[in-house]
Write a protein that binds this ligand. Structure first.
Ligand SMILES: Cc1ncc(C[n+]2csc(CCOP(=O)(O)OP(=O)(O)O)c2C)c(N)n1
Length: 597
C-alpha cells in the first residue's frame, strides 16, 4: 500500500465507490492482492522496465513465492510444468517487448497441450500505446492465435475482475493459456479497489454435462462391439478422470492405449494397457486400434502423429468421441457418437450403464499375441551406453511418485516407450508443440510444486542447451531437479530422419561434444560425466541420493543404423502397415512374407 500523497493525476476513482470500501492501493499492489485471492502460490517472473512495479509489489507479499528464471521462456515453461504436475494454474510474468515475446513458445506449448497458465506482461504506458514506444510489442495481438483468452487492462478498476476471470477461464472447460497485458501507468495509478468480484462472462459457459441420450447410445454400442479399444489422452488428466477410466476398463475389460499426453492415466504395467500408440508407439497398439471395430476416444484430438494417414485410420471402426471442447468433435474424424462434455462425468455415467463384456476373449488373446510378437525392445552394447537402457534403469531406480520431464527428440520417444507410468501428472512432455528446451524449466516448475518429490529431467544435449541457463535458477533457488543429459553430440531425431529419408546427409545436425558436467560445475551444481555402460546404475544411484540438483552427462555415440533409431516408426502420413520394424522390413512386408497379407 502506498503512503504517497495522492495527486489528481494518478488517482483513479473507483467506478462505483462504496463508502468505507477501504484505503487506496496502487495498481501493482492490486495485481498482487488479486493473485493472492485467487490462490496463486508461485510466479515465475523476469523483471524489466514495464513490469518492475509488479516485482516491487511482489517483494512485499509472503503468500506468493517468486522464482526468477534466467530467461522468460524458462519462466513460461516452468509455469506450464507447475500446472502439469499440480493441476493448479501456473503463472509467469515478463516485461514488455522482448520479455513478452520470449514467453511465446511457452504460451503456445500450453495452448497445444491444454495447460492452464496465465502470462502477465508489463506494457508501455497507455499514453504511448500504439506509437512504437521503446519495448512496445502488441502482445495481445501477437498471441491472439495462441491463447484461450487475453486482456489489455486499460482501467485500474478492472484489475481484480480481469484476474478473477483469467484464472477461471484458464482452468475450466478445456484448460489453456490466458494473457494479461498491463500498461505501466495502470500499475502506478491508485484507486480504492473492489475485490469482491463475480465471474460474469455471458460468452463463456462451458457445457460440462454430457447428453444422457448419447451416453446411453454409447453404452449400447460398447456392449455390441467385438473388438473395442479405448484411446485415452490428456483430456483424462485435465478432467482428473483417471479413477473413472480405471473403473471403466476394470468393469468392461476393454484394452486401452494412450496418447503421449495420456500416459499414466491408466497403469502401464496392467495387462490391458497397450501403452502408447502413434508414430513411435507400440506396434501392438497401432495394430489393435486399426483392427478394432469400436474406438472409444476419450479426451483426445486425433492428432496426425496418432492417426498417420487419416483416410486409412481405423478403416473398420465405429467411433465414440468424448471431449469437453465441441470444436474437437468431428474435426479430424467424423464420429458415430459424439459426446460433448466433461469426460469424468461421461465416464461416471457410462460406468453405471456398461456391464462386463464376456465376449472379449478372442480379441484379448489376439492382442496378447501381438504384444509377444512385437515387443518394445533395444539392443544392449558392451562398450558404449545405450540410451534406452539408461531410461529403463531410471524406471527401476526412481521413486514410485517421481515426476519425469523430457526435452524433444529421440530421448523423449524412448522415455515414452520404456517408462511405465502408473498415475497421471507424473509425466511432463511438450507433446503438441514439441518444443525443445522444455525439459529443464518444466521440471523446475514441477519441483517448485512438489519440493519433496523426485523430479527427473531427461533431455537430449540439443534440448538441454536451449534452456541451460535455468541451471542457475536451480542452484540459487535450491530446486533439486535431477538432470540426465543423453548426450550424443547430435540433434538425434533430425539425424534419424536424415538417415531414413535423406541418405544420411547431415544437414547441420552434428552439434559437437560438450562436457555438461563441467558446465554444471560452473553453476555450482554437482555433476558427473559417464560413458561406460557399467557406470549407468551406480551413477544414477549417486544422482538420486544427492540432496540438491544434479547433472548426469551421459555420453553415447549417435548410431545411424536402426538400433540407434527410435523404432518402431510409422513415417508421416502413412498407415500402421507401413510401420518400419527394422532396417529393411515394414509391417506390410513382414506380414506378406508370412502370408498374412
Ligand atoms: C525449438 C525447437 N527447434 C527445433 C526442433 C526440431 N527438432 C525436433 S527433435 C530435434 C533434435 C533434438 O536433439 P536432442 O535434444 O539432442 O535430442 P535427441 O534427438 O538427440 O535425443 C530437433 C532439432 C524442435 N522440436 N524444437
Amino acid at each position: 500500500m502506498s503512503n504517497k500523497k495522492l495527486t489528481q493525476k494518478n488517482f483513479v476513482p473507483l467506478k462505483k465507490p462504496r463508502p468505507g470500501a477501504g484505503l487506496p492501493m496502487k495498481g501493482r499492489d492490486i495485481i498482487v492482492k488479486s493473485l493472492e485471492r485467487e490462490g496463486i502460490e508461485v510466479i515465475f517472473g523476469y523483471p524489466g522496465g514495464t513490469s518492475m512495479e509488479i516485482h516491487q509489489a511482489l517483494t512485499l507479499t509472503k503468500k506468493i513465492r517468486m522464482v526468477l528464471p534466467r530467461h522468460e521462456q524458462g519462466g513460461a515453461f516452468a509455469a506450464g510444468g507447475y500446472a502439469r504436475a499440480s493441476g493448479k494454474v501456473g503463472v509467469c510474468l515478463a516485461t514488455s517487448g522482448p520479455g513478452a515475446t520470449n514467453l511465446l513458445t511457452g504460451i503456445m506449448d500450453a495452448k497445444m497441450d491444454s495447460i492452464p497458465i496465465i502470462a502477465i506482461t508489463g506494457q508501455v504506458p497507455t499514453s504511448v500505446l500504439g506509437s512504437d514506444a521503446f519495448q512496445e510489442t502488441d502482445i495481445v495481438g501477437s498471441t491472439f492465435p495462441m491463447v484461450k483468452h487475453s486482456y489489455l487492462i486499460q482501467d485500474i478498476n478492472d484489475i481484480p475482475q480481469v484476474i478473477h476471470e483469467a484464472v477461471y477461464i484458464a482452468k475450466t472447460g478445456r484448460p489453456g493459456p490466458v494473457v494479461i497485458d498491463i500498461p505501466k501507468n495502470i500499475q502506478q495509478q491508485e484507486t480504492v479497489p473492489a475485490f469482491d468480484v463475480k465471474f460474469d462472462v455471458p460468452g463463456y459457459k462451458p457445457n460440462l454435462k454430457p447428453s444422457p441420450f448419447q451416453i446411453k447410445k454409447a453404452a449400447h454400442m460398447i456392449m455390441e462391439s467385438k473388438r473395442p479399444i479405448i484411446y485415452a489422452g490428456g483430456g483424462i488428466v485435465s478432467a482428473e478422470a483417471s479413477e473413472e477410466l480405471r473403473k471403466f476398463v476394470k468393469k468392461t475389460g476393454i484394452p486401452i492405449t494412450n496418447t503421449v499426453m495420456g500416459l499414466g492415466t491408466y497403469p502401464m504395467d496392467d495387462p490391458l494397457s497397450l501403452h502408447m500408440l502413434g508414430m513411435h508407439g507400440a506396434v501392438y497398439a497401432n495394430i489393435a486400434i486399426n483392427q478394432a471395430d469400436l474406438v472409444i476416444a476419450l479426451g483426445v484430438r486425433f492428432d496426425d502423429r496418432v492417426t498417420g494417414k487419416l483416410s486409412e485410420f481405423c478403416p473398420n471402426a465405429q467411433f465414440i468421441h468424448v471431449d469437453v471442447d465441441a470444436s474437437e468433435i468431428h474435426k479430424n474424424i467424423a464420429v458415430d457418437i459424439p459426446i460433448q462434455g466433461d469426460v469424468k462425468l461421461a465416464l461416471h455415467k457410462m460406468n453405471d450403464l456398461v456391464k462386463p463384456k464376456k465376449d472379449l476373449q478372442p480379441w484379448i488373446k489376439q492382442i496378447e499375441a501381438w504384444k509377444k510378437e512385437f515387443p518394445l525392445q533395444y539392443t544392449q552394447h558392451k562398450k558404449h551406453i545405450v540410451p534406452q537402457h539408461v531410461i529403463c534403469e531410471v524406471q527401476r531406480l526412481m521413486n514410485e511418485d517421481a515426476i519425469i520431464s523430457v526435452g524433444v527428440g529421440q530421448h523423449q520417444m524412448w522415455a515414452e516407450q520404456f517408462l511405465r507410468f502408473k498415475k497421471p501428472r507424473h509425466w511432463l512432455s511438450s507433446s503438441g508443440l514439441g518444443a525443445m528446451g522444455f525439459g529443464l524449466p518444466a521440471a523446475m516448475g514441477a519441483q517448485v510444486a512438489f519440493p519433496k518429490r523426485q523430479v527427473i529431467n531427461i533431455e537430449g544435449d540439443g534440448s538441454f542447451l536451449m534452456n541451460i541457463q535455468e541451471l542457475q535458477t536451480l542452484k540459487i533457488e535450491n530446486i533439486p531437479v535431477k538432470n540426465i543429459v543423453l548426450n550424443n553430440a547430435h540433434l538425434g531425431m533430425v539425424a534419424q530422419w536424415e538417415d531414413r529419408f535423406y541418405k544420411s546427409l547431415r544437414g547441420h545436425t552434428y552439434i559437437g561434444d560438450a562436457n555438461f558436467a563441467e558446465i554444471a560445475h560452473a553453476f555450482g551444481i554437482k555433476a558427473e560425466s559417464i560413458s561406460d555402460p557399467k557406470e549407468v546404475a551406480p551413477a544414477l544411484k549417486r544422482m538420486l541420493k544427492h540432496k540438491g540438483s544434479f547433472v548426469l552427462d551421459v555420453k553415447y555415440p549417435y548410431d545411424d543404423r536402426s538400433r540407434g533409431h527410435v523404432m518402431p516408426m510409422i513415417p508421416s502420413n502413412h498407415t500402421y502397415l507401413d510401420t518400419l520394424l527394422d532396417e529393411k522390413n515394414s509391417l506390410r512386408e513382414y506380414w506378406k512374407k508370412k502370408g498374412m497379407l
